[in-house]
Ligand binder design. Structure first.
Ligand code: SF4
Ligand code: SF4
Length: 373
């Protein structure tokens, strides 16, 4: 277990050297849901099983050490070799966190996989992120699957029992804010907290090009009100997550946690309402990148251009330094495609010392003193 001092030194070194640190890997293009807001819908198909483990092992062996792995899809838990897949990245790249979003449909299967992933290494933080967009009727309609809400709650109950045995397993809820749920998001957020369903609850404005374009029509004032109200709810999760810490480190984690939420919501709201671009350039392709279910490497999932890893012998670094990928990451920095994707907004923030150490404390103080974000 790293001490706060060791964590800080590692962080400063990574920020300075701009080493690769975050992989979003779409491990399958198969899915058992039909969500109206899915940004990956045109990649999905019953035959899109994903790369086999031997190819994934070659990719991992040709990557540097990095800290965060997000396994996406499709529905990642449709892969029964998920624990072996995680183990590959742990062995080759010494990842510290793996996050696995899930639609929660197959409770027993998801629980069994979660137990096996959490048991790989007690030092690996394992986040299972249940995607739930509102109460039963709303959620099932958005997800296109009757009974999805009830299944997700059953999955959460099983995951929480496993988390009691494996403290490195964290149960999170992700809610996508869209035209069909924005009026009940705040009530749902209170319900999740009051029922003690999650260790943390995150909220994302719908992104990309979903099959139902109407679902992106969330009025900016409504989004503003949601962010305003969920901030207080999220702060309670934050306070709980730092209660075991002491002194200055605990204080800084609070400033960074709440300041980070304020920064993210301001940025996402500005992009959604077309009021402004990001305060700092996107780091897509440099310290964070995505691999699709078929091996296409892209700087992010929202830009279409990419190179197929198969053409580079599944050598990640070779492909990442190809002319096309260099051009893509240069363009990502120009703000031409500023989006609301939380992973990329947060990553850009992490690599800007000015935003982290000046803007975040300022946002924190202003929120504390004036209640304004
Ligand atoms: S959002 Fe996720 S669960 Fe829903 S259809 Fe898309 S990949 Fe499947
Ligand atoms: S800002 Fe552009 S490059 Fe960065 S994540 Fe968004 S779409 Fe991708």
């Amino acid at each position: 277990m790293e001490t706060p001092g060791e964590k800080l030194r590692d962080e400063v070194r990574r920020v300075r050297s701009r080493e690769f640190d975050f992989l979003i890997f779409f491990v399958t293009g198969q899915c058992n849901a039909r969500c109206h807001h899915c940004f990956y819908w045109d990649h999905l198909g019953p035959t899109h099983a994903g790369l086999p483990l031997d190819k994934i092992e070659t990719i991992a062996a040709n990557m540097p050490e990095f800290r965060t792995l997000l396994l996406s899809g499709g529905e990642p838990t449709l892969r029964k070799d998920l624990p072996e897949l995680v183990h590959i990245f742990l062995r080759h790249n010494r990842i510290r966190t793996v996050s696995i979003p899930t639609n929660g449909l197959q409770s027993d299967r998801i629980a069994s996989l979660a137990e096996r992933v959490a048991a790989i290494d007690a030092g690996l933080r394992v986040n299972f992120n249940l995607s739930i967009d509102g109460f039963a009727e709303t959620h099932d309609r958005i997800r296109g699957v009757p009974g999805n809400f009830a299944n997700s709650l059953a999955t959460i109950q099983q995951l929480r029992q496993i988390a009691a045995r494996h403290p490195n397993l964290h149960v999170l809820v992700n809610t996508v804010i869209c035209a069909d749920n924005h009026e009940e998001v705040v009530a749902f957020a209170r319900y999740v907290q009051d029922e003690g369903l999650a260790d943390e609850h995150y909220f994302e404005i719908v992104r990309g090009d979903p099959p139902d374009v109407r679902i992106k029509e969330v009025p900016p004032p409504a989004l503003y009100r949601i962010y305003d109200e969920v901030l207080a709810i999220q702060e309670r999760y934050l306070l709980r997550s730092v209660q075991h810490l002491r002194g200055l480190y605990r204080m800084w984690r609070q400033v960074e946690g709440l300041g980070g939420l304020l920064y993210r919501y301001r940025t996402q709201w500005a992009v959604h309402s077309r009021a402004a671009c990001w305060p700092t350039p996107c780091m897509a392709g440099e310290v964070i990148a995505t691999i699709d279910y078929d091996g296409l490497l892209r700087v992010c999932e929202l830009r279409e251009a990419g190179v197929n890893l198969a053409e580079y012998g599944f050598d990640f670094e070779l492909a990442r330094n190809s002319p096309l990928m260099r051009a893509e990451r240069a363009e990502a920095k120009t703000h031409v495609c500023d989006c609301t994707h939380v992973c990329f907004v947060n990553t850009a923030l992490r690599y800007s010392l000015r935003q982290r150490f000046l803007t975040l404390p300022w946002l924190f103080l202003r929120y504390r003193l004036a209640g304004s974000w």
